[in-house]
Design a protein around this ligand. Structure first.
Ligand SMILES: Cc1cc2nc3c(=O)[nH]c(=O)nc-3n(C[C@H](O)[C@H](O)[C@H](O)COP(=O)(O)OP(=O)(O)OC[C@H]3O[C@@H](n4cnc5c(N)ncnc54)[C@H](O)[C@@H]3O)c2cc1C
Length: 499
């Protein structure tokens, strides 16, 4: 039987140190800042346990034979990759794609490390074994993992050890026979408040001399000294489900993590102060591309939701038949399908990595660059379609309880497509998706979760098959002659591109 929602909710109440609004909390799943999001994660676990979903959502652990989430699956062929994607889609549909770091994301990272565990061998056989053992441990418990792999901003013009940056980013401050001790901070643990464990690592390359920052380890969220400094909770300030239907359920939270002399045992250390392996584990294994493939699958679901929202808005305010609106909706739907086409193409054009079949990386990084640019454009388009409709709504659900106000709402919230309550409900949902503090954070998330554009475009640049593109140009150039010097005989060949 896969892990249930109730088991997850029980496990997360482990005494972790979460700080919010000046207080250390003594519960997360029952707190008004996180309870709704915790129940959404629990629903995910229950969804995969439901008899009608088990086959689609789980597979048999090769070690125990028990059913575990497909998020841990290491696909051996195209069909298994597609079956896993179908599970990822079904899972994302439970939260409409609004939980960016739902359990499938970092599970994909760890699965990528596992598939490429040979990369760690040169660094140390024990470290490679720690990766394999941890993968099996997390898979067989269906753990919800989060990660922090980016240094806190500090001063980006300086190196890790210069000026105010020194001692800001988490580093190894001690090592003994039992393991490592870590001190410092890392951003930005989305889902960390609600996850079982966290991966702490660094994605960006490091230089020789930066060894003390070059480590990768797994920690339970209740590790002694691990402090979870939560941002403001949008769920807590969501006055009701009706007014904030997304904030109240899917605010997965983001937190700065501070490691205050945190001890990590050796069996949870994947990399110890080794700049080469630290970087190689991301790009010399499928980890980075496999985790970001999951992100594109999730985004596809979210964009489908937003495109559906756009259509409902146009129907509700009676603009649906205007030619310009039809044009806008056609463009929006095609933007979603660009991402869907990328996902399907990544799988079809996949590549063999040992015994595994993985999504194509050239297309993945192209897709990320497009997604990052598309998301704010799509939000902007929905704002254009909605006009003042998202603002012309009653202050809160409480207005409906007052008979006089309820009558006025009935008179003023006219729509050709629905009744007054339906109109208010739709626009409250639309605002929460694109304009509320929650909605606005989502734009920031989609613009940055995979790195700033300087990083994502760099990945697209490095993974693109330039030889094939420039080869075409060179073949064209070679097909005709340069101008002859004055006095030379003969004419310019007109054989452009001929072979
Ligand atoms: C909502 C949200 C959730 C996140 N969740 C997670 C998470 O779960 N785990 C995690 O590890 N991280 C997470 N992150 C962090 C995310 O990975 C980083 O925000 C991202 O990598 C960008 O880094 P940064 O924010 O430090 O921006 P910076 O790298 O500081 O960039 C800020 C700006 O400066 C520009 N810039 C920076 N350096 C250069 C340069 N060399 N040349 C030109 N321009 C430059 C960038 O283009 C950008 O516009 C999250 C971020 C957000 C916003």
């Amino acid at each position: 039987m896969p892990r249930t929602g109730a088991q997850y909710l029980e496990d997360v109440e482990d005494g972790r140190s979460v700080y919010l609004n000046g207080t250390r909390l003594n519960t997360v799943t029952r707190h008004k800042a996180f309870g709704g999001a915790a129940r959404s994660i629990a629903r995910l676990y229950d969804f995969q346990c439901a008899p009608e979903n088990i086959e689609r959502m789980t597979f048999a652990s090769p070690d125990t034979g028990d059913q575990v989430s497909r998020m841990w699956q290491l696909p051996r062929n195209h069909a298994e990759l597609v079956a896993r994607r179908e599970a990822l889609v079904a899972s994302a549909e439970t939260h409409f794609g609004f939980m960016g770091r739902s359990p499938e994301h970092v599970a994909s990272t760890i699965a990528g490390f596992r598939m490429g565990s040979g990369v760690y061998e040169e660094h140390g056989r024990e470290r490679a074994q720690a990766v394999r053992d941890y993968y099996a441990f997390a898979r067989d418990r269906d753990l919800y993992l989060s990660y922090v792999i980016i240094d806190p901003q500090g001063d980006r013009s300086k190196t890790r050890s210069e000026g105010g940056n020194a001692d800001l980013t988490v580093s190894v401050c001690d090592e003994d026979g039992d393991g490592l001790t870590l001190r410092g901070a890392k951003m930005l643990g989305t889902g960390a408040v609600l996850s079982d464990e966290i991966l702490v690592s660094t994605l960006r390359p490091m230089k020789a001399g930066e060894e003390r920052w070059a480590f990768t380890a797994m920690l339970p969220m209740n590790a002694s000294g691990l402090k979870i400094l939560s941002r403001r909770s949008y769920e807590e300030s969501a006055s009701s489900e009706f007014d904030y239907p997304l904030s109240s359920h899917y605010d997965e939270n983001d937190a700065l993590i501070y490691f205050d002399e945190v001890r990590v045992p050796w069996e949870r250390v994947f990399v110890n102060q080794d700049v080469r392996t630290q970087f190689a584990q991301w790009h010399g294994t499928p980890a980075h591309s496999y985790q970001n493939y999951q992100a594109e699958v999730r985004l596809m679901v979210k964009l489908r939701f937003l495109v559906g929202l756009a259509r409902r808005i146009a129907e509700t305010i009676g603009t649906i038949a205007f030619p310009q609106v039809v044009e806008t909706l056609g463009r929006l739907s095609s933007q979603l399908q660009v991402i869907e086409a990328f996902v399907i193409a990544m799988e079809a054009k996949g590549w063999r990595y040992g015994e595994y079949w993985l999504p194509d990386r050239e297309l993945l990084y192209a897709s990320q660059v497009q997604s990052q640019a598309l998301y704010p454009q799509i939000v902007h388009t929905i704002r254009e379609l909605a006009g003042g409709g998202v603002i012309m709504v009653p202050s809160s659900v409480e207005d409906f309880a007052d008979p006089e106000l309820a009558t006025l709402i009935g008179r003023t919230q006219y729509s050709p497509a629905t009744d007054s309550t339906g109109r208010v409900k739709l626009f409250k949902l639309a605002w929460d998706a694109i304009g509320s503090e929650f909605g606005s954070r989502h734009t920031q998330y989609e613009m940055f979760y995979s790195g700033p554009t300087v990083v994502t475009t760099g990945m697209a640049y490095r993974n693109f098959d330039w030889d094939r593109a420039t080869g075409l140009v060179d073949r064209c150039l070679a097909g005709y002659d340069p101008p002859k010097p004055p006095g030379a005989s003969g004419s310019v060949r007109n054989g452009r591109g001929s072979t």
